[in-house]
Design a protein around this ligand. Structure first.
Ligand code: ARG
Length: 420
């Protein structure tokens, strides 16, 4: 009888390498590995050779960078989605796309299962499995990390040795790192102590702010309908633009984030992120919106930003709420076209200029000079009506209080007690 097939989300690290063999042994399946290229430079080297050497019957490596930027990262950028006002969600945004990749391959190959290497105490398992359930309810998910016998890295290495699985001979990295074009997440090791400042070696793609150039750098970013389309006057495709900006901002130490974070699975965790391009683009995009969005739209968008971020973080990418939010956000982005200049210096980012044909800033209305065209007299009537509800409220409050006081005084007079 033909064996069942599983499509495994494969990174080539220790966990997923051991997993290929473990799945064959414990589930009696053929293993197809699937690796998505989301711009994680380091991890992709040698993946194919490694996967075959470990026992995979077929190996897929898919370049998903463009799709990742256009269909996952940019929608969240337009929404202004930063989890807990801080984290640009490189990992969170990558998972639904990787889940989609698994589903596409599983369908093509007639697989029964998909598998992932996420731990039982993280958010990523939720994102993978909710996304798979949404896209392909017929597929079953295997999560070996939740059920296998290994209790430590050493036990996994021993199993790998016994089964002739080559594991990287380099000194074990003390950190757990998840990296893609939109950012890097760094966990484990000494940074699990929230009182410890991350050591220099925790950071992978940014220079320490104190070692950054002593001169600021001005970067001009052009946006069209809420998405970045050029840097310094040069048009760039999404992937090149984010690559470029990662290098520019990373060299100034911009984009380091140290966050006490609330995981979906109930744990508080201390996370270190590096997201140079994401930090600059969120900042610049918001500055452009400050210039071009109507006040009430701007305020409503801020509320949606927080909810959009929760939804992405919680793995609900393929939800009707997300589509509904996108429709709203896209409508608001019709005027988010223009140019922003940011100043990068020693880990910091500041606004240095903004312009748009849709700018709602009107110098004649804002100025305090003789060019002023604002109708000052109209303010009087406006304030009268605008303040009417609070005025009415306090009038009633004061009347009732006065009446109560009067009544109390009368009673005291009757009883011959002096009023205090
Ligand atoms: N806490 C972050 C998130 O949930 C980062 C997770 C990093 N994932 C990893 N497999 N190392 O999005």
């Amino acid at each position: 009888m033909k064996k069942d097939t599983v499509v495994l989300a494969y990174s080539g690290g220790l966990d997923t390498s051991v997993m290929v063999k473990w799945l064959m042994e414990h589930k009696g399946v053929d293993v197809i590995t699937a690796t998505g290229d989301l711009g994680q430079k380091k991890e992709l080297q040698g993946v194919q050779t490694k996967a075959y050497a470990t026992g995979a019957v077929k190996v897929y490596i898919k370049d998903l960078k463009d799709e990742f930027m256009k269909d996952y990262v940019f929608p969240s950028l337009k929404a202004g989605a930063l989890y807990e006002q801080t984290y640009p969600m490189a990992t969170s945004l990558g998972r639904p796309l990787l889940a989609k990749m698994l589903v596409d391959i599983a369908r093509k190959e007639g697989a029964t299962y998909v598998a992932h290497g996420c731990t039982g105490k993280g958010n990523d398992q939720v994102r993978f499995e909710v996304s798979v359930a949404a896209l392909a309810p017929e597929l079953k998910v295997l999560a070996p990390l939740r059920e296998w016998e290994f209790k430590s890295r050493e036990e996994e290495i021993a199993y790998a040795r016994k089964n002739n699985i080559t594991v990287a001979a380099t000194v074990a990295n003390p950190y757990s790192i998840d990296e893609n074009l939109w950012g890097t997440a760094i966990e484990c090791g000494v940074i699990e102590d929230p009182m410890i400042e991350p050591p220099a070696d925790a950071y992978q793609r940014t220079v320490a702010p104190e070692l950054a150039p002593d001169k600021p750098e001005y970067v001009e970013i052009e946006f069209a309908n809420g998405v970045p389309v050029g840097i310094g006057g040069t048009r760039l495709d999404p992937v090149s633009l984010v690559f470029t900006l990662n290098d520019i901002a990373g060299a100034h130490g911009v984009g380091r984030i140290d966050l006490m974070e609330n995981r979906l699975v109930g744990i508080k965790s201390r996370e270190i992120y590096e997201a140079p391009a994401a930090t600059v683009l969120h900042f610049a995009h918001l500055e452009l919106e400050r210039l071009t969005l109507d006040r009430s739209v701007f305020h409503m968008k801020n509320q949606i930003a927080a909810q959009y971020a929760d939804l992405v973080y919680d793995g609900l990418w393929f939800s009707p709420l997300k589509s509904a939010f996108d429709a709203f956000v896209d409508e608001t982005q019709k005027t988010v076209t223009g140019t922003v200049i940011v100043k990068l210096f020693k880990g910091g980012i500041a606004i240095a200029g903004r312009k748009s044909v849709f700018s709602l800033y009107n110098t004649n209305l804002a100025t305090y000079t003789s060019e002023d065209t604002f109708d000052h007299k109209a303010s009087e009537g406006f304030i009268k009506i605008f303040g009417l509800p609070v005025k009415t409220y306090h009038h009633v409050q004061q009347t009732v209080a006065a009446e109560a006081r009067e009544e109390k005084e009368q009673q005291s007079v009757l009883q011959g007690v002096p009023v205090p």
